[in-house]
Design a protein. Structure first.
Length: 276
């Protein structure tokens, strides 16, 4: 079988980490997720994934995906004919895993990422790929045309922007889409500073490291007409989900939160509502 060439920019290359995480967990008997599409993609790519083979961050990335999945499922339960927008979709498979047969989906990403994505995914009547940066605004036109309600997901995407760019991206969405849900992770200064020793990011060039420092997600409310509804860490993951986590992660969550809460708390999964 001819392998698919991977030709991605430094930041875009990080999309391969959560992809591998989902594939690894799928191969387990009792993994965190079931994603045969991820397995197929990993096996089809001409890329050396071995540098991440022993990375505990693969499980962490999959836990993050599952926690964001829960938020998207909550949105779809409330708004079954709503619109879901994956910002920096990479090789995500959320549509394949969560689609309810009614919602509209948009997959937004840069040209090189979408060129790779199109090797494995195609547009469908309710699922459209949009080639653009989140910092642009033209992509908002077809999204706004659906009439909403909207759910925007930034899973390990906006954190790679500079703080001013992160503020621009979030403000533009909030100003254009009243009532929307915005799901995004945030990283503290301590998290940003830890990348040289991070078990996945240390293998990437500094160009690909995350940059946006946000020690307190409540600060984002002041950027636009936003309300922080929920802010979680991995310590808040659902018990049923954690049953499928590797024993090392279960031990960590069960026995050392009192010791490491400040460290773990530096990485948060947040749900904002744009006030109408």
């Amino acid at each position: 079988m001819t392998k698919v060439t991977v030709d991605l920019g430094p930041v875009q290359e990080t999309l391969l980490i959560p992809l591998l995480g989902r594939a690894v967990e799928t191969r387990k008997d009792n993994g965190l997720i079931h994603d045969e599409k991820a397995v197929h993609i990993v096996e089809s790519l001409d890329y050396d994934f071995s540098k991440w083979e022993k990375s505990k961050s693969l499980s962490g990335a999959t836990i993050r995906t599952r926690m964001f999945d829960d938020d998207v499922q909550s949105f779809l339960a409330d708004y079954p004919i709503g619109t879901v927008v994956e910002i920096g979709c990479g090789l995500n498979t959320r549509f394949e895993r969560l689609d309810n047969g009614q919602a509209q989906w948009f997959d937004l990403d840069l040209p090189d990422s979408l060129a790779l994505r199109r090797q494995f995914f195609q547009d469908q009547p309710r699922r459209t790929m949009l080639e653009a940066s989140v910092l642009e605004t033209d992509w908002m036109e077809p999204v706004a045309a659906t009439g909403g309600p909207w759910c925007f997901i930034s899973e390990a995407v906006i954190i790679y922007l500079e703080t001013a760019q992160a503020r621009q991206a979030i403000t533009q969405i909030a100003n254009r889409f009243p009532g929307a849900w915005l799901l995004t992770d945030t990283t503290s200064q301590k998290m940003v500073d830890s990348q040289p020793t991070h078990d996945a990011m240390k293998y990437m060039s500094q160009e690909s490291w995350y940059r946006w420092v946000c020690d307190d997600p409540y600060e984002i409310e002041a950027w636009a007409n936003l309300q922080l509804i929920q802010s979680r860490t991995f310590l808040d993951a659902d018990a049923d989900l954690m049953q499928h986590a590797p024993w090392s992660i279960r031990f960590f969550v069960r026995w050392v939160p009192w010791l490491m809460r400040n460290t773990v708390g530096g990485y948060r999964l947040n749900r904002f509502i744009v006030k109408s």
